[in-house]
Design a protein around this ligand. Sequence first.
Ligand code: GTP
Ligand code: MG
Length: 668
Amino acid sequence: MPRKGLSNFDDYDDGFDDDDDAFDCDYDVDIDEHEEEAAAEPKEEIAKTQGLWRCAICTYDNVETMFVCDICGVLRHPVAGNQSINKNTAPFKFDAPSPDDLVSYGLTSSKTGPKGSGDASMRQKEKQDSVEQKPLKKGGDSSEISSRGRHDKLDNKGGAGGIKSGKSLPKAKADMSNETSSSSKYVETSESLTGTMNKMSLTGEAENSSDIKIRGPRSQSKHTPEEWMLLDKESDALSQLNLAIVGHVDSGKSTLSGRLLHLLGRISQKQMHKYEKEAKLQGKGSFAYAWALDESAEERERGITMTVAVAYFNSKRHHVVLLDSPGHKDFVPNMIAGATQADAAILVIDASVGAFEAGFDNLKGQTREHARVLRGFGVEQVIVAVNKMDIVGYSKERFDLIKQHVGSFLQSCRFKDSSLTWIPLSAMENQNLVAAPSDNRLSSWYQGPCLLDAVDSVKSPDRDVSKPLLMPICDAVRSTSQGQVSACGKLEAGAVRPGSKVMVMPSGDQGTIRSLERDSQACTIARAGDNVALALQGIDANQVMAGDVLCHPDFPVSVATHLELMVLVLEGATPILLGSQLEFHVHHAKEAATVVKLVAMLDPKTGQPTKKSPRCLTAKQSAMLEVSLQNPVCVETFSESRALGRVFLRSSGRTVAMGKVTRIIQDS
Ligand code: GTP
Ligand code: MG
């Protein structure tokens, strides 16, 4: 299984100049931190002389007449008066799964229990446990899953982080009885606008000043790529393209994906008949194409995608890795896991009346959130597939209205007009997918490219092939019979071939690549951008887990527990305070984090500090802060590696902030 495309972040950032106000780009409401601060200071003075009540969240002393905290907006009731923060601030605990996790993984309380220990032996134990557990049958019953915890649930799905590796990893699919795919960590993330974050700096030297890496400084200056590593354009005319299919629930993502795969010969007629028959038998005939992607019994029964399905097809210009994401809000973390790998995306919109409006709703719809997530990962090129046009009679007016609304929102997220392609289509009626529409109601007013042509015109990003190997591991597939392990993921930098020496971090175990597979086929070389399964030799299977990073032995990735971050607090997030306990997410790793320092609030427009040591951070504010992680994770500063330096903070099943690592701090 693979992961996100980062090389296109270069382009993404290029789109911004110093005047860009990236931090308010995601919000429809303008904010002005200066005004807020100017207003806050004098009120504190008033509070000293009049009756006051202390906000239980941010401890700000508000005047008696205020019903909500002037700083963080928390309602006074029921905490008027001076009360302890702890009474109302429920600390995040990893052993208490977030609602998302409960839904995604069917866990009870076993999810990440061992992490609480914070020591290496527990990590070891966790790994052993994951290996010892037997794989579940596909569609195994949920009570079994609950009692086993998340590893087995992921086995059931065939991938980590809610990504099914079955379609990309034939072994995992073909021989489930012998192999265990286990993952201890998964990825989550969210919103856009980190593009300009790298322009922001507290001091102008923050990123490099005193970076001390706990483990192995990753100097790339000495690395000289061998000739075979570099892309031989002659030998393979097709470039790799990781394409995420995102959009609101039921917009038709899986149907579109299934239909496309069928039209391109990736699903045989016989197989399609089987899906149709089975879907009809279950009274879900309209989901036949979706069943090609929604493989588990639960997904089929519920008629929704729960984990990211991976499939492959070739267009004229690309080897496409299709990542069909779930649209349901409960599975946003899984969608994010897919989006981490995306070089480009198809944003599917349901054109039907009421459905578009629901999906585009600011609070309940997932269209905006998915678009922000994509932007957050630096995805720049988006094909907006306005689906179910058959339901609206292929109306040009409806298409134009949707284009107008979604277009202005995407613009506010800093998607460039020139990077957006708008395609009206019907997955169900096969209109405008791989050929020009045959229905006169559409062809009479639409003469643009069909979906496949639009995919072909997506530019594949430049890859860091000449840099030392970096592959965040999103899944580890173990062969219990032979004690072997394959690391699955997307190469973010470098290249490998059988015999290449590799190191797994943070364990530091070294070994070699025995063989590699891409799109279920054995291959001889994998380069940055490729989604591969690397069979490892000489490495203890227990030392390879999702969230680890495979790297070049001479260029080990940094491992850290104390980081300085530059973050943007997202809309609707609860305030972040000193001592707040959050989930820290970076590539495919997740760790419990405590906010140990609120360094400064930043001007979202200039990135300059506007207030040192703020008491709390509220929605839409950007800031520098320090976090302490319970266990070490593989991480780099954003300037060193975008893939390993882009982070997300979550709490109670919600993404509360996103940002980048600006400094790795060594504690004395
Ligand atoms: P999630 O993955 O759960 O978010 O859903 P999805 O976006 O993958 O939607 P899915 O493909 O499962 O389709 C949902 C429903 O929409 C199914 O009943 C499909 O038959 C229907 N559908 C999909 N595309 C079209 C279309 O072009 N026209 C019509 N009329 N129905 C469609
Ligand atoms: Mg689906």
